[in-house]
Design a protein around this ligand. Structure first.
Ligand SMILES: [Zn+2]
Ligand SMILES: [Zn+2]
Length: 330
C-alpha cells in the first residue's frame, strides 16, 4: 500500500495518521503554506513553519491550535518521521518529507526555483516518491528573474508620471515580492490596497525588507496619486475602491500573463510575467534532482507534465487529482 493516498479529506498518510493540506477539516493537518487552497479552516490541529504563523492565524483564526516548527525539525507520527523543507514559494512555505521504513516521500506543496528575497530558497530533498505541483506545466512557461521583472515594472511606472500606475497582483506573496524586488531600483513610497497592507505588516514582522508602503485607506480623499505606484489584489479591479483614481494606467503581474490574450481578456493595459510557481524547465529539473523513481503530479497541467516525464525523462509519473488550484489564490 502507498504511504500517502488521496482521500476525500485530502492527502493522507495512514502510517502517521495525518493529512497534508487537507481540503476538509481533519484531526492532524500539516500545512505547506498559507494560500487558501492549501490552508483551510476547521481542522483540530495544525503544524506549519513558524514564519507562516502570522498569515495562517489571520486567515484561519487567531485561536487555531497551531504548532510552529523550523525547517529540518524532525517530528514523529506513528511509524513515520516527518520534516518540513523550504519550497521557495512564499513566506514560510514548505515541502513535507515523510520517511517510513526505508522509503522517503516528499510532497512539494507549491514551489519555485527563482530567487525571491521574501522567502528562503527551495531545497532539493532526495526522495523515492515525489508529489509535485504542475501549475505551469507547459513548455510555454519560462520565467525571467524577479529582479528583471521588477525592473520592467519600475520602467512602466516611471514611463507615465502624469497618471497613477496601478499594479494588480495576488495580495499574499506576490505583492511583497514586488515590493522587495523594487527596492533595488528606488526608495519611493508605494500605496497599497488594505488587503495587501495587512500582509505587509506580517512580512515586516518576519524581517522582510520592502519599499515603504501606505494603505490607501489612510490617505486623504484629495490625494491624486499622480505619478504614484499603487498595488492592489485582482479583486480591487473595477471595484468601488478604484473610484479614487483618475484614469490610471493598469497592469497585472502573474504567471498567467505569459499566455497570449490573457491580459486583454482581463482588461489590463500591461502584463508582467511573474510567478511564485516553478516554470516548465524548473519542474523537470526538480523532479530529476530529487532522484525520485515515482512521481505524482498535482495542480493544473498534470497530464502533460506526467506524460513528458514518462516518455522523455523515463520517470514513472502519473497525474494525481486534488483540489489544489494553482496561481488563482489570493
Ligand atoms: Zn501557493
Ligand atoms: Zn497550490
Amino acid at each position: 500500500m502507498s504511504l500517502i493516498t488521496v482521500r476525500p479529506e485530502g492527502l493522507y498518510c495512514s502510517a502517521g495518521d495525518f493529512y497534508i493540506d487537507p481540503w476538509r477539516p481533519v484531526e492532524n493537518a500539516l500545512i505547506t503554506h498559507a494560500h487558501a487552497d492549501h490552508a483551510r479552516s476547521g481542522s483540530e490541529s495544525y503544524v506549519a513553519i513558524a514564519s507562516a504563523e502570522g498569515v495562517l492565524r489571520k486567515r484561519l483564526g487567531q485561536d487555531i491550535a497551531l504548532q510552529g516548527i523550523q525547517y529540518g525539525d524532525k517530528l514523529k507520527y506513528g511509524n513515520t518521521w516527518v520534516s518540513f523543507h523550504s519550497a521557495g514559494h512564499v513566506l514560510g512555505s514548505a515541502q513535507v518529507r515523510v520517511e517510513h521504513n526505508d522509503e522517503v516521500w516528499v510532497v512539494s506543496g507549491d514551489y519555485k526555483r527563482c530567487a525571491d528575497p521574501t522567502c528562503a530558497p527551495f531545497e532539493v530533498v532526495p526522495c523515492d516518491v515525489f508529489i509535485t505541483e504542475a501549475t505551469f506545466g507547459l513548455p510555454i512557461y519560462k520565467w525571467d528573474t524577479g529582479e528583471e521583472t521588477a525592473r520592467q515594472i519600475y520602467e512602466w511606472w516611471q514611463s507615465d508620471r502624469e497618471r497613477p500606475s496601478i499594479l494588480f497582483c495576488y495580495a499574499f506573496g506576490k505583492a511583497q515580492r514586488v515590493l522587495s524586488e523594487l527596492a533595488k531600483f528606488t526608495d519611493q513610497t508605494v500605496y497599497v490596497h488594505g488587503a495587501i497592507a495587512a500582509l505587509n505588516d506580517i512580512y515586516r514582522e518576519q524581517g522582510v525588507q520592502m519599499l515603504p508602503t501606505v494603505n490607501t485607506a489612510d490617505m486623504p480623499k484629495s490625494h491624486k496619486y499622480t505619478g504614484d505606484l499603487v498595488l492592489a489584489p485582482p479583486s480591487g479591479h473595477r471595484s468601488s475602491w478604484m473610484k479614487r483614481f483618475k484614469s490610471p494606467q493598469t497592469a497585472f503581474a502573474s504567471g498567467w500573463m505569459a499566455v497570449r490574450g490573457a491580459r486583454r481578456r482581463r482588461g489590463y493595459e500591461r502584463g508582467f510575467v511573474l510567478s511564485d510557481h516553478a516554470d516548465w524547465s524548473s519542474l523537470i529539473r526538480t523532479v530529476q534532482e530529487t532522484g525520485a523513481k515515482q512521481v505524482y503530479v498535482t495542480h493544473g497541467q498534470n497530464d502533460i507534465l506526467s506524460r513528458y516525464l514518462q516518455e522523455v525523462c523515463h520517470v514513472n509519473a502519473q497525474p494525481l487529482e486534488t483540489l489544489f488550484e494553482g496561481e488563482g489564490d489570493i
